[in-house]
Every structure is written in C-alpha cells, then in structure tokens.
Design a protein around this ligand. Structure first.
Ligand code: ADP
Ligand code: MG
Length: 691
C-alpha cells in the first residue's frame, strides 16, 4: 500500500472512530456550519505517528483528512462537499517572539491579543479565464498572494495554445472564499521584565473570518507560511511569515488565567485574618515610591474593582473604578503608573499622545500595506486592548481630539463603537483607567479649574470616580524623608546589582509586605466575590450623599451628582473584596467616605470660598465665578447705553467695585468673557459685546 492510500484509510478510520457523532451533527447543520472540530489529543491517542506527521507536514495530512470528510457516505444523506477539518488544542504554544524559520510549513499554535483586523472580503481561490481568440474556458488556482494570470492559452483539452496579452476573467465561473487578515501580538500579561511585544499576521478564511474583533485574546492554530519581501526596486532575500489559520479559540476569563493552588488558598486565608491586612495591602502597592498613602489606597481598590451589574431594564452599571492623577512634574506619577501596569494581571501602559495612530480607543482606516491590501482595517487602542484589565495612561492631557469624544462611551458604557465605511463594530473596553496628567502650564495652579489646566472637557472629568491632585510643596520633614527614601532605593539597587542582596533594616521600606505574585492571587480571589451592601452601609452612603447635596442648597450650588454616589458604591464593594468578604459593612463605607472626602477637599473645593463645588471640576466654573461674570455682563450692558461698543475698562472696574468685586477679579472675569467669545476689545482699555 502506498503512503497516500495508507493515510487515507487511516484517517477515515480515525474520523469514524473518534468523531462520528460530530460528523452526523455537522451534516444536520450543514451548510450553515461547515467545520468539524478535532482535538489534537484524539489523533495522538489514535495514532501518535500520524499526530506527529500532522504537526510536521500539515500540508500533506490536512488535505487528505478534509477530502475524506467531503467524500464520506453519511447516513443522513448529506454530502459535506465544502466542509473543513479544524484542529484544536495543540500540545504546545509557540510565543510570537519565538517563531523561527524552522517553523515554516509546520502546524503551530499561537496565543495572542488581536491588535487589528481587516474587514471580511471575498478572495478569489479559483479564477476562470476565457481565451479572447478561441473562447476556451479554463481555471487557474490562486495559491499565491498576488493574482496569477496565465500568459498563454493551454494547448491541450480544447485550447488554441496562443500567447495572449490579457485573458477575460469570468467572475461567475470563479470560486471565492471570505477572507480576513488579523494582527496578533504577545499578550501583555505574558511579557515580563521589559520584553517588547512582537506581532504576527494571520489569514482567516471561510467560517473563520469575521468572528474575532480587535481586543480579543485568542488562540490560533495554523500553518506558518512565508512570502518574499519586495521593495520598490527589487525582491529581497528576506521573507515575511504569517499564519494560515486552521482554527480559532477565544481565551477564557481573565482571572481564571491566574492559577490558585490549595497552598495559595491556605496562604491567602492566613493573610486575610492577620491584623492590619488592609494596610499591608496598601503598602504593597509600589513600595519604592514614597508617601501617597491615599492614592495607593485608591489604586488598591481599583485593582479589586466594584461589581458590574445589569439593571432589570438592561442598563449596565460598570464596576470598574477610574482614577485620575493630576500634578506637578517630577513627583513619580509616571513611575507609579508603570508599576501598576506591571502589577495588574492585565495591565497595559500607554501614553496619551502615543504616535501609533490609533490612540486610546479605536480607529478604522484604509490599509494599503501588505496587511490590509487596500481593505478597511479596524485597529484597537489601549482601552480596548486592556479589556478586563487596567489601562495606565500617562500624559492624559495630550489626548488627541478624536479620542476625547470616544472616551465618554469607553469609560461609562465600557465599549467603543466604530462605524465607518465597511466597518461597523462595537468593541469591548471593560477596563479600569488609571490616568496621569501634567498641567498645561507646567505647574499646578490652585486658582484655575482642573478642566482648563489639563484641557479636558469637564464632562469627561466627571467619569472619574476619584481625582487626586499632587502638588509639589516644599516641606522640610517630608523632603528629608523622600530624599532618604530615594537615596536608599538607589543604594539597594547598587547592592542587588553586585549580587550582595542581603537586605539590612534600612531597606525594609522597599519590601512589599505582600509580594506581587501573592498579591495578584489575593486580588483574583477577591474578584470572585460579588459583595452586597449591608443595610448599615447603604444608610451611611445615603446619609453622606444627601448631606453633601444639602450642604449648599441655600446658595443653589449642586455640590455632588449621582455619579459620585455610584462611585461610593463601587469603592465600597472593592473595599469588601479586599477583606475577601461578600458584604460591604459599615467599616468599608466609613473608610471609603474618608477617601472620597480627601479627594473632595483637594479637588472639589472652590479655592475662593472654601466651599465644596463639583462644578469647579465638572463644569469648569464655580458659582462664585458664574455670579461674578453675570454681574460684569450686566454692568457692561448698562454702560453700553452710554459708550456704545467701546466701554472703558476703568468704568467697569469702578462699578464692579461698588458691587463688591475686587478690581483684580473683575479684570480676570473680563478676560474670561473675552476668551469665551462674549466680549472683545477693539483697542486697549475698552470692551464691547461681540455681535
Ligand atoms: P512625573 O511623571 O510625575 O513627572 P516621574 O515618575 O518621572 O515623575 O518621577 C521623577 C523622579 O522622581 C523619579 O525618578 C522618581 O523616582 C522620583 N520621585 C519623585 N517623587 C518620589 C516619591 N514620592 N517616591 C519615590 N521617588 C520619587
Ligand atoms: Mg511623567
């Protein structure tokens, strides 16, 4: 018996023995479903030699087994003439960075994050040509990336054998398949120690196309192929590899990725019952960074997250907690962010201004390169790639314009919708955002609203559950402590570099009380719980919220909006998770309220009156300011009757002073009216309304 016959017989037996019921099932659903899924381990059990050949020579085995399936006599009477055999669960995964030339032509399995995907378009696989002279019709299989056109009419079976410039392509007699290209990247969580992620493209055809979106984490089995790289001038000696997809599986939930052994559970249970575990958790966040206890606490809560809920009417409530840090340069914001992106299981570090072209959300562009071949391509940005994780975004103030608009949806609905040309997609962005921004003018200015300082629409700021301002104020004692801290951090770095890492007491500060691996597992355990508010906690939140709302009712200032109430609940749930408890207790509520109060004091207080006013952040002006500009407008209106469109500034200031507005503040208010396009100055010292 020759090899092909042997293979054919052997594979047919395999299908009948291992997959017969699946074949019957498929024949019932055919042609809507067209794939027969075969587990690699079944082939291995049946015949290890055959399994080995499948990995080594997929281009020999796969066509034979597919042919077998297509020609099979099935009791249901259906012929599966266009079905595919798809292999699942290969024994080993190749990391994208480890793909080498030896893998070309082999069947391999790759795990990765989908960065971008083209739209699904028909690809011609068998082109039917007609000879313009003798009208002979023949077909040419299209196996290459470039379109293969014949140069002469075939001499045998009825053709004339002439050389022909251009044959006529008969579309209705040609065969097409649906095809899509995707680009995969090593998942960030699989990269440790500063490795840069690498990418590979995969070609998906037929029923594999159109089922993955950017941001998905998938496992692709396929044959590694290559094509020659061509520059503008010549063919090069270098080849580009890509994966010809055979099967796709989407990856499981995020925290199941973290394996927790019984031993781990024992350690976690022990830890949980220690006194002061909450403080230990907090000081395990970025121990090399000095101070910032409140910020670290907030970040800890962010790592645990609240519970995301679906209301009976279908509205989704996010559980993710978003945090914004705004502050002076050089106070370890970037350091903190990069720490967290490494600590969080699905952490991703990105820069707001990144030049990669996609930004933070997603973008659809026409891609003329080899990858897209002119198709529209959907590319995911940081918030989509960090789905179910934490996105640490530095230089948040440098966001591009398109992103600012899409961020509302990404942060609140936790999805990104793109509809443009051939692409209509809704991508998930179920991540928590930890953003850091530097004020536009370098240093933080207490007397400017936040939204102006970081050039961010106030509504966008209201999406953050907690906003912290970090101000670099000289203070002898804390400066000394910080200096000590940084110096010993460097000293410790020197020691470990020289291999003398016996830590003396001086370095206790830098050791996380709970090491990162255990902390990650602890967090994963916490995330499995869905804590509920106890009656006491609910009452406490209610009181606090109503208290805040009523504080300045008399002055008609609305200090706090419902968003802050949702933030409280999320934070409370996260705090219960830190105790691995299914209940949000009054203690949790108190602690969270302390944290919120801390933020309110530093961010939401109108610096002129000392009163709490969320509009300071969310609308960009306070009530005092709004009242002031209204008064100024009235004064200008009054004076216009006398002076026309050229009201002297001095007159305005005089009248304002009578109304109790200091000259300096009135001047500032006039400047603001000019900036907002309400007033203008035709010359120095005069103002008028813009008409
Ligand atoms: P930013 O992003 O806020 O401008 P960086 O993260 O780049 O600042 O930090 C600047 C440097 O200052 C870093 O080397 C950092 O280690 C140091 N530094 C500043 N404040 C602290 C602190 N509180 N603890 C430890 N290091 C600090
Ligand atoms: Mg920075």
């Amino acid at each position: 018996m020759n090899t092909t016959d042997y293979l054919q017989e052997s594979l047919e037996k395999f299908i009948k023995k291992y997959c017969w019921s699946e074949v019957i099932e498929l024949s019932n659903a055919y042609p809507e479903r067209r794939s027969l899924f075969v587990k690699f381990c079944d082939i291995d059990n049946y015949n290890p030699k055959l399994a080995g050949m499948l990995l080594e020579d997929p281009d020999v085995i796969l066509p034979v087994v597919t042919m077998n399936l297509r020609e099979m006599d099935i009791p249901t009477g259906v012929t599966l003439d266009n079905a595919y055999v798809r292999i699942l669960k290969l024994p080993t995964q190749v990391r994208i960075r480890d793909i080498r030339s030896e893998d070309i032509g082999k069947l391999i399995s790759i795990e990765g994050l989908v960065l971008k995907a083209t739209e699904v378009r028909p690809r011609i696989v068998e082109a039917a040509f007609e000879c313009p002279f003798c009208r002979h019709i023949f077909s040419v299989e299209q196996t290459e990336r470039n379109f293969l056109e014949p140069s002469e009419c075939p001499g045998e079976d009825g053709g004339c054998g002439r050389k022909v410039q251009k044959f006529i392509l008969l579309q209705d007699k040609s065969k097409f398949v649906n095809a899509q290209m995707i680009r995969l990247q090593d998942s960030p969580e699989d990269l440790r120690g500063g490795e840069l992620p690498q990418t590979i493209d995969a070609n998906l055809e037929n029923d594999l196309s159109g089922i993955v979106s950017p941001g998905d984490r998938i496992n692709v089995v396929g044959v590694l192929r290559s094509y020659q790289q061509i520059t503008k001038f010549a063919r090069t000696c270098f080849f580009v590899v890509y994966l010809d997809g055979n099967s796709i599986e989407k990856r499981k939930e995020e925290f199941e990725e973290i394996r927790i052994t019984e031993e781990d559970e024992r350690r976690i249970a022990e830890l949980k019952n220690q006194p002061g575990v909450y403080e230990k958790l907090i000081s395990s966040i970025a121990p090399s960074i000095y101070g910032y206890a409140e910020i670290k606490e907030a970040i800890l809560l962010q790592l645990f997250g609240g519970v995301s809920n679906m209301l009976p009417d279908g509205t989704k409530l996010r559980g993710n907690i978003h945090i914004l840090l705004v502050g002076d340069p050089g106070i370890a914001k970037s350091n903190l962010l990069s720490h967290i992106s490494k600590l969080a299981p699905r952490g991703l570090y990105a820069v707001g201004s990144s030049s990669s072209g996609v930004g933070l959300t997603a973008a659809a562009v026409r891609d003329p390169t080899d990858f897209g071949g002119g198709r529209w391509t959907l590319e995911a940005g940081a918030l989509v790639l960090a789905d179910k994780g934490i996105a640490a975004v530095d230089e948040f103030e440098k966001l591009r314009k398109g992103d600012k608009e899409k961020l509302h949806e990404a942060l609140e609905q936790q999805s990104v919708t793109v509809s443009k040309a051939g692409i209509n997609a809704k991508l998930n962005s179920r991540c928590a955002l930890l953003a850091a921004a530097n004020p536009k003018y370098g240093r933080f200015d207490l007397y400017q609203p936040l939204s102006k300082q970081i050039d961010m629409p106030p509504v966008l700021l209201s999406r953050f559950d907690l906003i912290f301002t970090m101000i670099d104020k000289p203070d002898k004692e804390s400066d000394r402590n910080l200096a000590k801290h940084i110096i010993s951090a460097h000293a410790l770095g020197e020691l470990t570099k020289n291999g003398e890492s016996d830590e003396t007491e001086d370095f206790e500060d830098f050791k996380a009380p709970i090491e990162p691996n255990l902390l990650r597992k602890y967090i994963a355990m916490g995330k499995r719980l869905n804590p509920k508010l106890t009656r006491a906690a609910r009452k406490r939140f209610e009181e606090f919220y109503v208290g805040l709302r009523s504080l300045y009712d008399a002055d008609n200032v609305v200090p706090v909006t419902a968003r802050q109430l949702e933030a409280l609940i999320r934070l409370g749930e996260a705090r219960a998770r830190t105790r691995l408890s299914p209940k949000v207790m009054i203690d949790d509520a108190e602690r969270v309220i302390d944290l919120v109060n801390y933020c309110l004091k530093t961010v939401y207080v109108d610096p002129e009156t000392g009163k709490l006013d969320v509009d300071w952040v969310t609308v960009g002006t306070t009530k005092t300011q709004r009242d002031r500009s209204r008064t100024i407008v009235e004064i200008v209106q009054e004076l216009e009757k006398e002076y026309g469109n050229e009201v002297p500034v001095k007159e305005i200031l005089d009248l304002a002073e009578e109304e109790g507005i200091e000259r300096e503040k009135a001047e500032k208010a006039i400047d603001e009216l000019k900036r907002d396009g309400i007033c203008f100055s035709s010359s120095h010292n005069v103002v008028g309304f813009v008409r």
